[in-house]
Design a protein around this ligand. Structure first.
Ligand SMILES: *Cc1c(COP(=O)(O)O)cnc(C)c1O
Length: 370
């Protein structure tokens, strides 16, 4: 067990720091329903993320699902990508909306903005692009299109915590940006998520939807869910936020070590480094071209597992191939995403991953090369 390396390892504060932070919960007996920890974390995140407003949720998925609901769409089409976690597509479908899958850009793996306009119909209501791996979407072009056709933009920013584009917080773009604070993400509240937004009235609707649609003690005017972040999770967030800059810095060192070994190896493509972006080094995806490298992604994955190193095929399979959709979608409509999903492997990356472990991982990978 000790020597196993997983794709990620959850960040945790020192135990005494966490105990200090939760002590007053024992005084107040206020464990959930937007207590002082919730409010404190909310304020801290507005400032850290550089966003106008933010609301906190029990997880990133509910932030996304309820944000779509709060926009008031009950039917229509939403343009999105299949190269993402199940959550993105499910949030759309669970709102009774129809996902329309756009292919991805072969370099950033985010939505190919040049293909969006051809997918717009009179039923299109929104665009849900994903900042995959923390790679930032083509924000300017997506904004131009949304404006031209009167569409809303809801970014799935689950991978983009703390990133900036041209110095501005990534959550300040589009109408809404949804973050995930799941234990496996760059910043965690154990489970948790947030929705950053610009429109105050939208925020009021969203706030009610995370509390059953309750307006006041005698009025319930929304079919809401229960998605409130509790005080213990918020306290974890307050503690983890103190260490976040240090953690991201350490991730950067890990990413640079990988690059040192794997850059310019034939048959391997590393993630691009984007201009004007402050990265959070959330993931380290590597794309294997079997014809050139000599081994497939799956073979490399198996080889690493023999040494107790557990990578993940983020994102395979594509969401438009999921069994739950019963063949409703056709993955050959998104050929670039389909090809990538068969070739990509995300390698272990987290703040405390030792550089010697990175060396070992790279050595095993390079030994696979034929
Ligand atoms: C993690 C993730 C989510 C959902 O977040 P949870 O906090 O786990 O509910 C949504 N979208 C993407 C792309 C994710 O990686």
């Amino acid at each position: 067990m000790k020597d196993q390396i997983f794709v990620t390892r959850s960040s945790m504060p020192r135990l005494d720091e966490y105990i200090d932070e939760i002590k007053d919960i024992w005084d107040s007996h206020w464990m959930t329903n937007m207590g002082t920890k919730h409010q404190k974390l909310q304020q801290q995140l507005i400032s850290y993320l550089g966003v106008p407003y933010i609301d906190l949720f029990t997880n990133g998925h509910m932030a996304l699902e309820l944000s779509l609901q709060a926009l008031g769409f009950h039917k229509g089409e939403v343009i999105t990508t299949p190269f993402t976690f199940a959550s993105t597509t499910h949030a759309i479908v669970r709102n009774g909306l129809t996902p329309v899958f756009c292919d991805i850009d072969p370099l950033t793996y985010t939505i190919d903005s040049s293909r969006i306009e051809s997918l717009i119909t009179d039923r299109t209501v929104a665009i849900v692009p994903v900042h995959v791996y923390g790679n930032i979407c083509d924000i300017g072009e997506i904004e131009r299109i949304a404006k031209k056709y009167g569409l809303k933009i809801i970014y799935d920013a689950a991978h983009a915590f703390g990133e900036t584009y041209k110095g501005k917080g990534i959550g300040s773009f589009g109408d809404v940006s949804c973050f995930s604070f799941h234990a496996t993400k760059v910043f965690n509240t154990i489970e948790g998520g947030a929705s950053a937004y610009k429109d105050y009235d939208f925020g009021t609707k969203l706030y009610r939807l995370k509390n059953f649609g309750i307006r006041d003690s005698e009025t319930v005017d929304g079919v809401g869910a229960n998605a409130k972040m509790n005080e213990f999770c918020a306290a974890m967030g307050i503690c983890n936020l103190k260490n976040i800059d240090e953690e991201i810095k350490k991730r950067k060192t890990v990413a640079e070590r990988y690059r040192m070994h794997l850059e310019n190896i034939e048959g391997i493509r590393l993630n691009i480094i984007q201009k004007d972006i402050k990265s959070n080094y959330a993931y380290f995806p590597v794309v294997f071209d079997e014809k050139i490298f000599g081994r497939s992604r799956n073979e490399v994955m198996d080889k690493l597992e023999e040494s107790d190193i557990f990578t993940r095929k983020y994102f395979y399979p594509l969401t438009n191939t999921f069994a739950c959709f019963h063949g409703r979608f056709d993955a050959t409509d998104t050929p670039i995403a389909l090809k990538l999903s068969k070739r990509v492997l995300t390698l272990p990356i987290y703040a405390d991953l030792e550089l010697e472990s990175v060396d070992k991982i790279c050595e095993i990978i390079l030994k696979c090369k034929i």
